[in-house]
Each structure stands twice: as structure tokens, then as C-alpha cells.
Design a protein around this ligand. Structure first.
Ligand SMILES: Nc1nc2c(c(=O)[nH]1)N[C@H]1C(S)=C(S)[C@@H](COP(=O)(O)OP(=O)(O)OC[C@H]3O[C@@H](n4cnc5c(=O)[nH]c(N)nc54)[C@H](O)[C@@H]3O)O[C@H]1N2
Ligand SMILES: Nc1nc2c(c(=O)[nH]1)N[C@H]1C(S)=C(S)[C@@H](COP(=O)(O)OP(=O)(O)OC[C@H]3O[C@@H](n4cnc5c(=O)[nH]c(N)nc54)[C@H](O)[C@@H]3O)O[C@H]1N2
Ligand code: SF4
Ligand SMILES: [Mo]
Length: 754
């Protein structure tokens, strides 16, 4: 008789974290749908959610390690792979030192409990400052601005979607992306619920996206100019008087006058020709934000991946503060993550604060931010000889050859490395350069908890998933791969026991907490806590997670709060536990030295001078030959790596260059032909899609495509190859405060191919 069961699991593909209900017959997954009883997603899923099944059964997904010999990848045993890793890493460390080992940690690591708990162990074991990640092609500006304002880079205020009456979105398209730095399954449904209760949505985006189409108002801004628009909103609000700050927020604010003074040049009139948004509209939007019972401004990828990413991210919060909506129901609020995070740890209300620039990259002297250097600097760090030159790379969950700017240069640099390891389940555009590829088990074969993304959730929830399917025999879990890599990098050799690495990782955390007077285990016996955590035979990420839950804000404190949460309780609640709507957290959430919101960090105030200097130069006409390139996301796509799943890529070609009809006519471009797009760094030919959903002067190409290169094993993706938009993005263009790449607003020339 067959054994049929339905199990739940959180989808790890994007930040929404939807609950899945997975039907398993014997050990075969037959069906995946939304979990109607999930406390947060209530049955919602997008078309990607059910494809964890196809991902699991994808014949191209690697099940065994690969080693490159004479330029060709061959499958080998785990034992053999580890020997090659040990030999390769040891040889590079011995000849060039530890600084010569670079790491790149990619996006799926933020959705992966093994990576979330063991990447840091790996980085420490390697002991090099040459650290890079997808953060610097993504959200790091928001973390830097949050760190400066609130003292912790994890204290990112999120729009209180379920209770707000007015939502101003800049540079985000949750109808395709399902949200980012705002964990909210069924983001679209939450927007529509706001509209049903009489609320208003305004979207600022050079494209009329699906989100913009749903909005009461769409403002087609010029790419790269959000900081000007936001500065003008803040300026207008200040001009109208900031009485609202005396009531509640005022007590927690430092630097308001300085900010107001620095914003003086940015009147709606002064910025209008730069942003393309007329002054009257800006003034009206400022008034609406102030006068709606509650309002939240939310900026995301489009505001972050620009030259003023950090400043724009900061100004989002300035506007939320100047309307009185920060930390207020229906405004922008601080989540209280159940497993804790940087925004719950340490003494409440005060802290060491946050800074960047604790080191500088070797070649271009980019300041460190959040312990890493800009991904855009990776290629030059590999290419440029000298002390600390990267000679080996370890890439975990990343595909930087498609995802980071001027990727042709990076590909060439990677080809030149002495040694490279990829921890990845595909032989793709990046892992093809690896001497060894170490594949993790599939998403369905491991446990899950969204340690990172629940830090940005619009409700305080906790949801743990047990593995749906067992590991294949003699196959390591991903944390064991990372622990073994750590042991080898630390010089402990191939025979090192990953259990010891695990014990050490947990021990360090427990020790830190028992010595920290702000935790609920302060002064407790370390060994006793470790014994308690290990009682059930739990190891690895699950044991660490249990610890984090128990010392978190809702935790059982190992007995001190018997009603509190722990992993056993989460396991007993397969649809998750809801800890309620967000609640005001000021001043407790602050970790700044002053115990206030430090609104006028010198680096941000200084950056307004740079912004002002751009006012003059950025008033070019929309009819010039120089166009600007922006990206876009599609619901069925996921950055660069779900393109090998037939159901997600079939149908019309999505990797098209969108262009406005006026521009198409001016350039003599006809529908469905190929056009050539040139930037400072590269050229691509892409099929054209003429659409009035894009602003004049702007063209759009999605990222993550370009699968036609040799030496990969992604047979479906190759048939829907598309072109790589990061052949056009410029590694020299960075946000100087965070090191984030400029991925939107890239100057390009578009030509008809005759
Ligand atoms: N032009 C342009 N470029 C962009 C963007 C843009 O908007 N425009 N967006 C940027 C953003 S926001 C991001 S986050 C980055 C993403 O950049 P990356 O993180 O570098 O790339 P991904 O496409 O997410 O690739 C993830 C890789 O991890 C592998 N993988 C998937 N799951 C797992 C797992 O569980 N374990 C392991 N070990 N490997 C796994 C996949 O096979 C794939 O190789 O791209 C950025 N690049
Ligand atoms: N289906 C799907 N979902 C995803 C992903 C995916 O690849 N596919 N990736 C995931 C990841 S890693 C992330 S980080 C999130 C990102 O999620 P979002 O932040 O929602 O990002 P996008 O959907 O790329 O939307 C960015 C928008 O910014 C606009 N834009 C470009 N330049 C500018 C500008 O200068 N100003 C303004 N105001 N707008 C601009 C673009 O036209 C685009 O509509 O999505 C996640 N979810
Ligand atoms: S919205 Fe995101 S988390 Fe939800 S099913 Fe789709 S990919 Fe998964
Ligand atoms: Mo991202």
C-alpha cells in the first residue's frame, strides 16, 4: 500500500516565504499547492512555488560533486572531491596567504538555513577580508542607512501594509517580485485590501509595471533620480512645519535641523526637470503623505541600485519621519523577529552604533560595509597583482557571472584563478569556472526557517519546516558541506569531523550569550545549555536555530519563560505561529550611541552636496541619442537560476529590450527585430519589444539571462538563453557610501541592426 502524506514547507525561492502543502506518496512528491492554513500566507503561492518539485527532479541538478579535469567537468565521489578541495586550497594558502582566498555569497543563501548559520563559520575559517556577496548588487544601501540612523543594519523599517491607508512605492514591483525587505506573502492581495478600505497606492517607476497599473497614480520618474524626488518631498514637508515631530517622535530624534538645512536646495521646482516629476505633483504627494491618517513610503531595488542608493534609502525614512509615520501603526514599523537579529540583540535603546570603512579594498580603496567589499570590485581584485591578490574563490549560492556588473570582465578574471570552488546545484555560467562543484541536496531535502527574511516581515511570525524528503545515502547536507569546507580552509584536513565544527559554532554562540547581560541566559552554565540543546540528537542549523529561538524576544529562555517558544513548539505547529501585528518599538529598538535616531549622519549630509552637484548636470532632454537602461523582473523568473525549469520558461521570450513607441520610431526600430545595445563596457543584441509602458528615453532588459555560454549543463535554460544584461552594466559606477552597484540608469546607445 502506498503511503500518502501532506507536509508543509516554507517556499525558499523569494522573500515572501509562502507556506506550501506538499503531497508525498511514498518518497515521491506528487503535488505542491499553497498551504491554506499557513498563518502568514494563507494559501497564497505564485507560479514558482509549486516548481520545487520540478527543481528536485531536474535531471541537470547535480547530485554528486564535479571536478574539472582538462577543462571538462567530471562527476566524482565526495571523498575525491574533498581531496581536490584540500589540495587546491592548501596550495593557494601556502603560496599566497589567506588574503588570496576570496568569497562570494549569493542570494539563495539568505533563504537557506545551512548557509545562514554556517557561511559565517566558513568566512571565519578562511580568515580573509576579500569578502563579497550579492548584497552589493541589491539591498546594502538600505542596511547602511538603517545602521547609521538606528544603530543596526538589521533595523529596517517596513511598511505596515495591512494597516496603512497610503502607500508610496519607489523602485519596487511586488506584483512580479512579491516584495523585498518587506516580507509579505501575497503582497498584491495586501495592496488590494488597502485599496478596498479606501487607501491609495502611488508608484514611482520609469516603467508602468503591473504594480503601477494597479496604482491610483503612476509617476514615471527618470531613472537614478529618486534621491532628488525624496529630498524634495522632505523639503516640502519641512517647509510646511514639522509640528508632528513634537508629539511622539520628536523625543527620539537628533539632527532634524541639520537635515532640514541641508535639504534647502532641493525644492520641488529645483528637481523637477531632473526627476521628470513636476513640482505641483511633488507638493501634492507630500501633502497627501502628511494628511492621510497613516502613510508609508517604501523604496526598494530601483532606489537602491543607483549612485545615490544609500542617500535615497535614508530619505525614505526621513520622509516617513517628517510625516510622523515612523514606528506608528499604518506607517513604517520595526519587526520584532522571533529568532532575534541585530535589532533585538544587545542593550535596549543604546549601542555602539554602526560604521563603514573599517577597511578598504586593495585596488580601488572602496570602504568596507557590513564586512564586505563591493561585488563590482571582485574582478579587479582577482586581476591586479600584488599582496592580497585573490588567487582562489569560493562561491556559495551565487552566480556572479550573470548577476554582477561588467560580467564579461569577471568571467575572464575567474578563468584566470588558480583554484575555485562552487557550492551549487548547477553547472552554470559561474560554476563552470570552478575546479570543484559541491552540490547541496535539493530544497525539499532540508529543513528551513527564514532566519534572515523574517527580520523584515510585516507581521511577527515563525515557521519551521522539516525536510520533506530524506537525504540520499552518503550525501552530505549543505551545512555539512560548509562545515567541511571550513575545516579544510582552517587547515584541519579532509578527515576533520564536521561534528566538531558544529559544536564549535554553537559553543561560540552560547558562550557569547551567557556572557551578555542583555540576554535571557546571562550567567547560565554554558555546558548545561549545550546539553539541553543536544538532548534530542539535534545537530547543525536546527540546533543553532533552537538556541536562537529560545534566547529571542519570544523565547522560553531555557525555562525562564516557560510559555515561550522553542523549536519543539514550532515543530508542533506545522502552519507556523503568529506572534501578531507589529508594535511600536521606539526607543527600545535603537542601538545608536546617543540612544536617538541619528538623522544627520555626516556621510549622509555630505552626500547631499554630491547630489546637489548633479542637479545641474542631469537635465538632459529625453530625445537625445543617449538612452538609459533599467532592469525588470518577471513573476516566473528568479534572478539567474530557475530558468532550467520548463514550466517557468516556456512561452513567449521574456528577455526582450522594452522601448517606448516614440523612441522606436525615432530610431527606426520595428517590432520583433533585433537591436544592438551598447554601453561603456559592452554590447548585446536583443529582440525588441515596443511598449508604451516604459518612459521615453528609457529601455529595459531583465537580468539573469544569457545561458548560451559553453561548458554549462542547463539544457532547458540554453533553449531559452536570452542575453546577459550585466554585459552592459558598469563596474565603475557605485554608490560610494555602501559600495552598491548601479544597475539601473545605465547610459546606452540603441541601434537598429541592418
Ligand atoms: N542588472 C541587474 N543585475 C542584478 C539585479 C538586477 O536587478 N539587475 N539584481 C541583483 C539582485 S537583487 C540579486 S539578489 C543578485 C543575485 O545574484 P546571485 O546571488 O549571484 O545569483 P542568483 O541568480 O541568485 O544565483 C544563485 C545561484 O545559487 C544556486 N543555488 C540556488 N539555491 C541554492 C542553494 O540552496 N544552495 C546552493 N549552494 N546554491 C544554490 C543557483 O544554482 C545559482 O547558481 O543579482 C543581482 N543582479
Ligand atoms: N519573480 C521574481 N521575484 C523576485 C526575484 C526575481 O528575480 N523574480 N528576485 C528577488 C530578489 S533577489 C529581489 S532583491 C527582489 C527585488 O524586488 P523589487 O525591489 O520589487 O525589484 P524589481 O521587481 O526589480 O523592481 C524594481 C523596479 O524599479 C524600477 N526602476 C528602475 N530604475 C529605477 C529608478 O531609478 N527609480 C525608480 N523609482 N524605479 C526604478 C524598475 O523598472 C522595476 O520596476 O525580488 C525578489 N523576487
Ligand atoms: S511568492 Fe515567493 S515564496 Fe511565495 S510561492 Fe512564489 S516564489 Fe515562493
Ligand atoms: Mo536580490
Amino acid at each position: 500500500m502506498s503511503n500518502k502524506r501532506v507536509v508543509t514547507r516554507t517556499c525558499p525561492l523569494c522573500e515572501a516565504g509562502c507556506g506550501l502543502a506538499i503531497t508525498v506518496v511514498d518518497d515521491e512528491v506528487t503535488h505542491i499547492r499553497g498551504d491554506l492554513d499557513d498563518v502568514f500566507s494563507k494559501g497564497f503561492i505564485c507560479p514558482k512555488g509549486s516548481t520545487l518539485k520540478q527543481l528536485h527532479y531536474d535531471p541537470d541538478r547535480l547530485r554528486m560533486p564535479m571536478v574539472k579535469r582538462n577543462g571538462v567537468h567530471q562527476q566524482v565521489s565526495w571523498a575525491e572531491a574533498w581531496h581536490v578541495v584540500a589540495e587546491g586550497l592548501t596550495s593557494v594558502i601556502n603560496s599566497h596567504g589567506r588574503e588570496s582566498i576570496g568569497t562570494y555569497l549569493g542570494n539563495p543563501g539568505a533563504h537557506n538555513l545551512s548557509a545562514l548559520t554556517f557561511n559565517r563559520v566558513l568566512l571565519q575559517a578562511i580568515g580573509s577580508r576579500q569578502r563579497f556577496s550579492a548584497s552589493t548588487v541589491d539591498q546594502i544601501p538600505k542596511q547602511v542607512s538603517s545602521g547609521l540612523l538606528f544603530g543596526s543594519a538589521s533595523s529596517v523599517p517596513v511598511p505596515d501594509l495591512d494597516r496603512t491607508q497610503y502607500l508610496l512605492i519607489l523602485g519596487a514591483n511586488p506584483y512580479e517580485s512579491n516584495g523585498s525587505l518587506c516580507t509579505a506573502p501575497d503582497f498584491p492581495g495586501r495592496i488590494e485590501a488597502m485599496q478596498s478600505r479606501g487607501g491609495k497606492l502611488v508608484v514611482v517607476d520609469p516603467r508602468k509595471t503591473r504594480t503601477a497599473a494597479q496604482a491610483e497614480e503612476w509617476l514615471p520618474i527618470r531613472p537614478g533620480t529618486d534621491a532628488f524626488f525624496l529630498a524634495a518631498l522632505a523639503n516640502t514637508l519641512a517647509e510646511g512645519g514639522l509640528q508632528v515631530l513634537d508629539e511622539r517622535l520628536g523625543a527620539y530624534l537628533a539632527g532634524v535641523d541639520e537635515v532640514v538645512a541641508a535639504l534647502a536646495p532641493f525644492t520641488p521646482e529645483a528637481v523637477a526637470s531632473t526627476t521628470g516629476i513636476d513640482a505641483r505633483t511633488t507638493r501634492r504627494i507630500a501633502g497627501e503623505l502628511r494628511d492621510s491618517g497613516s502613510a508609508a513610503v517604501y523604496g526598494r531595488l530601483g532606489t537602491c541600485t543607483s549612485s545615490f542608493g544609500t542617500t535615497a534609502s535614508w530619505l525614505v525614512d526621513v520622509v516617513n519621519i517628517f510625516t510622523g509615520n515612523l514606528d506608528r501603526v499604518g506607517g513604517a514599523m520595526f519587526p520584532l523577529p522571533v529568532a532575534g537579529s541585530g535589532n533585538t540583540r544587545g542593550q535596549s535603546g543604546v549601542g555602539k552604533g554602526f560604521r563603514t570603512g573599517r577597511g578598504f579594498s586593495r585596488v580601488s580603496r572602496h570602504p568596507e560595509a557590513l564586512g564586505e567589499y563591493p561585488a563590482a570590485a571582485m574582478a579587479e581584485e582577482i586581476e591586479t597583482p600584488g599582496d592580497g591578490q585573490i588567487r582562489a574563490m569560493i562561491v556559495v549560492c551565487g552566480n556572479p557571472v550573470l548577476s554582477t556588473p561588467n560580467s564579461d570582465r569577471l568571467a575572464k578574471a575567474m578563468d584566470d584563478l588558480e583554484f575555485m570552488v562552487s557550492v551549487d546545484m548547477y553547472l552554470n555560467e559561474t560554476s563552470k569556472f570552478a575546479d570543484v562543484i559541491l552540490p547541496p541536496p535539493s530544497q525539499l531535502q532540508r529543513s528551513h526557517y527564514d532566519l534572515a527574511l523574517l527580520t523584515f516581515a510585516v507581521r511577527n511570525v515563525a515557521n519551521y519546516s522539516e525536510p520533506v524528503l530524506p537525504l540520499a545515502p552518503d550525501t552530505p547536507d549543505e551545512w555539512e558541506i560548509l562545515a567541511k569546507l571550513s575545516a579544510i580552509a582552517a587547515g584541519m584536513g579532509v578527515d576533520a569531523d564536521v561534528g566538531n565544527v558544529d559544536d564549535l559554532a554553537l559553543g561560540t554562540l552560547v558562550q557569547g550569550a551567557t556572557k551578555d547581560s542583555s540576554t535571557n541566559v546571562y550567567g547560565r552554565d554554558e555546558q548545561e545549555l549545550v546539553a539541553e540543546l543536544s538532548k534530542s540528537g539535534r545537530r547543525g542549523p536546527d540546533r543553532i536555530l533552537d538556541f536562537m529561538l529560545r534566547i529571542g524576544p519570544f523565547g522560553d529562555g531555557f525555562g525562564s519563560s516557560p510559555d515561550g517558544v522553542n523549536l519543539d513548539k514550532l515543530i508542533a505547529a506545522p502552519h507556523g505561529i503568529d506572534f501578531g501585528a507589529l508594535e511600536p518599538r521606539l526607543p527600545e529598538v535603537l542601538r545608536t550611541p546617543s540612544g536617538k535616531i541619528e538623522l544627520a549622519a555626516p556621510s549622509l549630509i555630505n552626500d547631499l552636496s554630491r547630489l546637489e552637484s548633479r542637479l545641474a548636470e542631469s537635465t538632459k532632454s529625453d530625445d537625445s541619442d543617449q538612452m538609459v537602461l533599467v532592469g525588470r523582473r518577471h513573476l516566473r523568473s528568479n534572478n539567474s537560476w530557475m530558468h532550467n525549469i520548463e514550466v517557468l520558461v516556456k512561452g513567449k521570450d521574456r528577455c526582450t529590450l522594452q522601448i517606448n513607441p516614440d523612441d522606436a520610431q525615432r530610431l527606426g526600430v520595428s517590432p520583433d527585430t533585433l537591436v544592438r545595445v551598447k554601453s561603456r563596457v559592452g554590447v548585446v543584441d536583443a529582440p525588441v519589444e515596443i511598449t508604451d509602458s516604459i518612459r521615453r528615453g528609457v529601455v529595459s532588459l531583465p537580468h539573469g539571462w544569457g545561458h548560451s555560454v559553453e561548458g554549462t549543463r542547463t539544457r532547458v535554460a540554453k533553449m531559452h538563453a536570452g542575453v546577459n544584461s550585466n554585459l552592459l552594466t558598469d563596474e565603475r559606477e557605485l554608490d560610494p557610501l555602501s559600495g552598491n552597484s548601479v544597475l539601473n540608469g545605465i547610459p546606452v546607445v540603441v541601434e537598429r541592426i541592418i
